[in-house]
Write a protein that binds this ligand. Structure first.
Ligand code: SF4
Length: 365
């Protein structure tokens, strides 16, 4: 019997587990990436590889230790290494003596037939089409509530009257939502968790700094890969606007609409080509955030990530033209938390002084 696992990505694992279990697989839940995960991935992955490849490799090795023999993951398209990840992981794992199987979901707009073949391969419970639809719809609802709760967490953290309340209520809400499997249960727990987040006592007069986060999808979404930047910024009194959530990313890969396409279009005067990954969107989102009046932007990128290196070389011009400060972090296994936090604190300090200077300049003499 296949024992399946998948990459760890923020809080989404219970939704992926529900899908795989109901398709008829035993599931090994991926561990939240830790120092050990990264050490494993860095030891056996190529030195020049970007950090998501190493974290995923470490995650797979940890799951294989627990008995996983099937990896379900996503592929990629475009002129960067994302499309090679799955085959590289497979080769590395096989060279280490692990005879694993892999099912790779390629972007549906590029290879729609491959998606059907992958679903058919995974559907060992032989669910009928309407049962598959029901399963995917329930998972989608769970993920949508998870994203909604995280949006609210980002908004509430810098406004809460008692520090830590939003995180505690968010955690409880996520845990109770993820225990559900029926549509009725998911909807009712999701609504309840959203209502509880909205009921957190806040400082109604608070006017927190607003910072957008742009960059490569894995380091933007996975807290273990970005040293929990959203929590650090929230604790510094900043409202975080994250450019990528799983629901938004999925919609944009199924239908060619949405914020990502808009970001790609506004980036064109600066970067007319799709350079792979999210390089073009990093520029576009920075422009959109400037237009929305945000105070600053943080670019997050894996060390050696080509699309984000291209974006970084263009962002100073965008920052100048749209009058928005941008700071870039290139992350790898050597990135230290203390230095990361110090640079963030200095950036937030700079933004606060900049905002107060601008407001003083606007006041009548
Ligand atoms: S987008 Fe960057 S991190 Fe992701 S595979 Fe491409 S080069 Fe690596």
């Amino acid at each position: 019997m296949a024992v399946a696992t998948f990459p760890h990505m923020n809080e989404y694992s219970p939704a992926f587990r529900m899908i795989l279990e109901e398709l008829g697989h035993e599931v090994i839940m991926p561990l939240r990436p830790s120092k050990r995960t990264l050490t494993l991935g860095s030891s056996f992955g190529p030195e020049f590889a970007c950090i998501p490849l190493k974290i995923l490799l470490g995650t797979y090795l940890e799951a294989i230790e627990k008995g996983a023999n099937l990896i379900v993951t996503s592929g990629g398209v475009g002129p960067c290494r994302a499309g090679l990840y799955a085959s590289m992981h497979k080769e590395i794992l096989r060279s280490l003596g692990h005879d694993i199987d892999m099912v790779v979901f390629e972007p549906i707009r590029h290879k729609p037939l491959d998606l059907l073949k992958s679903v058919h391969r995974l559907n060992v419970a032989r669910l009928m089409p309407w049962q598959l639809f029901d399963l995917l719809y329930r998972a989608w609802q769970m993920i949508s509530y998870l994203d909604q709760l995280e949006h609210l967490l980002h908004w509430t953290r810098p406004r809460e009257l008692k520090p830590g309340t939003a995180d505690a209520i968010y955690r409880a809400g996520v845990d109770s939502l993820c225990k559900e499997r029926s549509l009725k249960g998911i909807t009712s727990r999701g609504r309840q968790a959203v209502a509880e987040m909205k009921a957190i006592p806040i400082d109604k007069d608070a006017d927190p700094l607003k910072i957008g986060i742009v960059g490569e999808i894995y380091v933007v979404i996975e807290p273990a890969a970005n040293l929990d930047i959203e929590r650090i910024l929230g604790e510094l009194g900043v409202e975080v606007h994250r450019s990528i959530f799983l629901t938004g990313w999925t919609k944009e890969n199924v239908v060619k609409e949405g914020h990502r396409v808009k970001a790609g279009m506004v980036a064109r005067p600066y970067l007319g080509e799709m350079v792979g990954g999210h390089g073009q969107e990093s520029i576009g989102h920075t422009i959109l955030y400037a237009r929305e009046g945000l105070d600053g932007v943080v670019q997050l990128a894996p060390f050696t990530c080509i699309p984000e290196i291209v974006a970084k070389s263009i962002l100073p011009a965008v920052s100048r033209d749209f009058d928005i400060p941008v700071i870039s972090f290139f992350l790898d296994e050597q990135t230290g938390e203390a230095g990361f936090r110090t640079r963030l604190e200095a950036f937030v300090d700079l933004l606060a002084r900049r905002r107060s200077r601008k407001r003083q300049e606007k006041q009548p003499a």
